[in-house]
Design a protein around this ligand. Sequence first.
Ligand SMILES: Cc1cc2nc3c(=O)[nH]c(=O)nc-3n(C[C@H](O)[C@H](O)[C@H](O)COP(=O)(O)O)c2cc1C
Length: 186
Amino acid sequence: MIREVILTSQSTQGHVHIAPMGIHVNGDERLLMPFRPSTTLDNVLATGQAVMNYSDDVRIFAGCLTGRRDWPVLATEVIIGHRLANALSHAELEVVHYEDDPVRPKIHCRVVHEATHAPYQGFNRAQFAVLEAAILISRLHMLPPEKLESELAYLRIGLDKTAGPNEREAWNWLMEKVEAFREGSS
Ligand SMILES: Cc1cc2nc3c(=O)[nH]c(=O)nc-3n(C[C@H](O)[C@H](O)[C@H](O)COP(=O)(O)O)c2cc1C
């Protein structure tokens, strides 16, 4: 199974980096697969540590893809690092094995600490729509234009029916980026 999370990592100088990542969950293992080049990859290799943040604030997913990476963080409890301040829960990871690759290395990790901070609030279709749109937008240059338009039109249905203010704000950030891309490619 792949969990879409916000991964926090930090450089050896202590600079915190926030990025959405799909993390493979295989039993006790957590597998990170960042495409090169990646600040997350550089940080995790340099420190041997990372944090999986489970968040329902989709503004963070959309924000990271639209130049809004400055989200509040708190110090972690076991590893030397930071977690999202508004994470519902988080898992602190330690690298156990590294498989290098010129395109997409594999970083095998284990959980050294987990904590819950707030209750899970249930599924929401607009949150799913924002996540899917964020993934589309992270691949804008690889997508056929008609696929982009048809998928956004479909995702918009769930968004319009079920969004709250956070989901709307996140969607609007993503659509600004799509609009700029359309203008640039026309
Ligand atoms: C839901 C979601 C999942 C993502 N999963 C991955 C992933 O598994 N690997 C990856 O390299 N990028 C993934 N991305 C894109 C990265 O977040 C984005 O390219 C980011 O800038 C990674 O590069 P960085 O480590 O330099 O920040 C994902 C984006 C979204 C919205």
